[in-house]
Design a protein around this ligand. Structure first.
Ligand SMILES: [Zn+2]
Length: 414
């Protein structure tokens, strides 16, 4: 298991959306691609790691004093706040059901919002600091301090991922052609043992230099003391580029999915997956949660339960009742073809993660806005692959599934 924990985020309405999102990972064993940065027991230690991280930028300098003030105060109360949070019952205004020894919030399927404008969520140390200035001199309020603690943990985790563990928060949707071009240019050298020198075109060099992670690795290649060391960094860059491309733009298709037109004229995508880690009752719930989102007048998803031991390509679903991390679907790496779901997540997260299993990417976009020193996420409230709480399966989602899984000819049927 990854050791990163962000407990009890579901209680914090304003913060819930971003971190209850599932994400899809497509990564190799490449050290640059580690995506989970553990929070240290003392937030102050994590802060030091961030400020001395190789990708720390002007923002990290600028915000250092504010961060230190908040974190020193939070470290004093952290143990008490966490202990109290662990004893708290889930809030009454949400409908939690028992699931595999943990809790899942059941969200009713409602028509998607009619306001289809994309939303932007912003998280920043400036915003937290403004709130902190108000609570630090007021009489102690558990609720406010717990909110500040959780907000700080999110920011520290993001900072660690950005400056120490190199999650790519620089790429934007319009970068697809440039990313695809640089991959083609790096590939020949990366796969050739003796190659220690990259020959990038000017546009690719410019693209790489605008991106903090790639810029950092280009510097390492340039400064390598041997051809072999340079080659290692080139392979490293190639692995990172490919993983970023897959994660952001093109998850692989699912080998256990077929499409047919059923007797009612509905196109049915049949996905075989493994839910055997769950009890029968939980399997039924999970199937209902997934199929009810992936259902429309013309298309629907039909789940077929299989056993991963017999067919290794099947995706197997796991649930962690005592841990609240970010739900994740793994296409590669240590947990290849596994879906990890966590307590206090939502029923619609099961549908979102299953979208990843089918090869759909996240349709929300997270990035680091260096001008504002803020993490921002753009969301489409209509699409379950973007805002899974409010969204449903959109015509665009179905179109992509049809492209990936063409309907096979019926066997002697009408
Ligand atoms: Zn996701």
């Amino acid at each position: 298991m990854k050791s990163q924990t962000l407990p009890h985020l579901t209680k914090i309405i304003a913060l819930t959306l971003l971190f209850s999102f599932g994400c899809a990972k497509s990564k190799s064993q490449n050290p640059l691609i580690q995506e989970s940065a553990p929070l240290d027991n003392q937030l102050k230690k994590s802060l030091t790691k961030i400020q001395t991280g190789p990708l720390a930028d002007d923002c990290d300098q600028k915000l250092a004093a504010k961060k230190t003030e908040i974190i020193q105060a939070l470290d004093i109360y952290r143990a008490d706040i966490e202990a109290k949070q662990n004893q708290e019952a889930p809030s009454a205004d949400k409908s939690f059901v028992d699931f595999e020894g943990g809790k899942i919030e059941e969200i009713a399927i409602t028509p998607p919002p009619t306001d289809t404008a994309k939303k932007i969520q912003t998280f920043s140390w400036d915003e937290l600091s403004n709130q902190f200035q108000k609570i630090k001199s007021a009489p102690y309020s558990f609720k406010k301090w717990a909110y500040a603690l959780n907000y700080a943990k999110i920011l520290i985790s993001e900072d660690l991922n950005r400056t120490v563990y190199y999650t790519n928060l620089t790429l934007e949707p319009s970068d697809e052609p440039a990313l695809s071009k640089i991959i083609a240019e790096v590939a020949p050298c990366a796969i050739q043992e003796e190659c220690g020198e990259l020959n990038l075109t000017a546009p690719s060099t410019q693209f790489a230099n605008q991106n903090s992670v790639y810029h950092y690795v280009l510097g390492k290649i340039k400064g390598a003391s041997s051809r072999q060391e340079a080659h290692e960094w080139i392979s490293n860059l190639y692995g990172k580029l490919e993983a970023d491309y897959a994660t952001k733009f093109k998850l692989p298709s699912n080998g256990d999915t077929t499409a047919i037109v059923n007797s009612e004229g509905i196109t049915e995508f049949r996905l075989t997956l493994d839910l055997s880690a769950f009890s029968n009752a939980s399997q039924n719930l999970a199937v209902r949660w997934i199929e009810s989102v992936w259902s429309s007048d013309h298309y629907k998803l039909k789940l077929v339960l299989g056993d991963k031991q017999e067919t290794s390509s099947l995706f197997k679903y796991f649930f962690f009742p005592n841990d609240t991390q970010r739900d994740t679907t793994y296409h590669a790496g240590e947990f290849t073809h596994e879906v990890h779901l966590f307590t206090k997540s939502s029923s619609k997260a099961f549908a979102h993660e299953t979208g990843h299993v089918l090869g759909l990417n996240d349709h929300y976009w997270e990035f680091w806005n260096r001008d504002l020193c803020a993490y921002q996420t753009t969301l489409d409230p209509t699409d379950v692959m973007s805002d899974h709480i409010h969204g449903v399966a959109t015509p665009g989602d179905w179109e992509e599934l049809i492209r990936r899984y063409p309907v096979s000819a019926p066997k002697g049927g009408p």
